[in-house]
Design a protein around this ligand. Structure first.
Ligand SMILES: Cc1cc2nc3c(=O)[nH]c(=O)nc-3n(C[C@H](O)[C@H](O)[C@H](O)COP(=O)(O)OP(=O)(O)OC[C@H]3O[C@@H](n4cnc5c(N)ncnc54)[C@H](O)[C@@H]3O)c2cc1C
Length: 283
């Protein structure tokens, strides 16, 4: 199907892109993996596309002692192959194994994934679980959002018209952190029916603390599971504690019923995935 008419811009600086994005109904073009199909189906008809590809620095991965900064044009394959990320934020590298197929991983970007806000997408789930900070810029200025505040519902964010994601910031992980990422999809590379990201730290008495558990696919947006986190915090991660956390996780999700699975199935899957993740993390 032919795309609707639009103006195409290929700025070479962020300032130029911000100015162009002030055009009513302009949209950023990243890798085009979601935007172009949506336009082909006439679900979006932007007046202009502002392609970020030629802006230097937006595809950089920068790791300092405390923080990781991903430019919005970092692609899945860049994340996959980056050696520093595998130690600074290992969960992100591992989750990449589940993202789509290699053709899409060559083009899909971290910024595009956040702005597209698919509830089953891995990167938004990792961003929420890890308390990432999202840096935004527009003609009205700059702001920083907690990842959890970016997502409003399925395919919906609180990005304002003209706003561009300019960077995604994560804290560097301590080496001894316990973590795992588990998901289930019908075929390799498909979107997840459900997925779980979990990490925690251990205190001197082997008690879990600072537990973060995030879910994708089984809720209207990626989100943390506070009841399941509370079931772990302050406890030695035993079989009994894991069972309590899994029961809490299944109870606190409100999954959709759709052609891929019933709500009851997804609810049960969340508990199973968390159980697998916690067993893996505790080894
Ligand atoms: C067949 C298929 C299977 C897939 N499977 C998976 C999967 O298993 N897991 C997964 O996580 N993803 C999956 N994806 C999604 C894919 O990996 C990309 O993350 C997603 O399509 C976004 O693509 P993009 O980066 O090319 O952004 P685009 O398609 O270019 O843009 C997407 C949206 O984000 C906006 N946008 C892009 N960049 C910015 C920015 N910097 N600031 C503000 N707005 C911005 C655009 O305006 C548009 O609204 C799949 C996609 C396809 C086509």
């Amino acid at each position: 199907m032919k795309l609707p008419d639009f103006d195409y811009h290929s700025p070479t600086s962020l300032e130029e892109a911000i100015t162009l994005m002030a055009t009513p109904n302009a949209r950023v073009l990243a890798g085009g993996q979601s935007l172009l199909p949506i336009m082909a189906f006439r679900l979006a008809a932007p007046s202009a596309l502002v392609d970020l590809r030629k802006i230097k620095g937006l595809n950089q991965i920068e790791i300092t002692q405390d923080a990781i900064h991903l430019g919005p044009m970092v692609r899945w394959r860049d994340v996959e192959r980056h050696e520093g990320l595998a130690t600074a934020l290992p969960m992100l590298t591992q989750a990449m194994e589940h993202v789509a197929h290699y053709q899409i991983r060559n083009r899909g970007t971290v910024g595009g994934s956040l702005a597209h806000a698919d509830p089953a997408a891995e990167f938004p789930g990792i961003a929420v679980t890890c308390d990432a900070r999202i840096h935004l810029a527009s003609a009205s200025g700059q702001r920083v959002l907690a990842a959890t505040d970016l997502f409003v519902g399925p395919l919906e964010t609180c990005l304002q018209e003209g706003e561009i994601i300019t960077s995604i910031e994560f804290a560097v992980w301590p080496k001894a952190r316990r973590w795992a990422f588990e998901e289930f999809s019908q075929r390799r590379g498909d979107f997840a029916l459900a997925g779980i990201a979990v990490f925690y730290d251990l205190d001197g008495g082997n008690h879990a603390q600072n537990t973060h558990i995030g879910v994708i696919g089984a809720t209207d947006r990626p989100r943390r599971l506070p009841d399941a986190e509370a079931a772990l915090n302050g406890h030695v991660v035993s079989e009994k504690v894991i069972a309590q956390a899994c029961a809490a996780a299944s109870a606190e999700v409100d999954p959709p019923n759709d052609i891929h699975g019933s709500a009851a199935y997804r609810r049960s899957l969340v508990g199973t995935l968390l159980q697998r993740a916690l067993v893996k993390a505790s080894r």
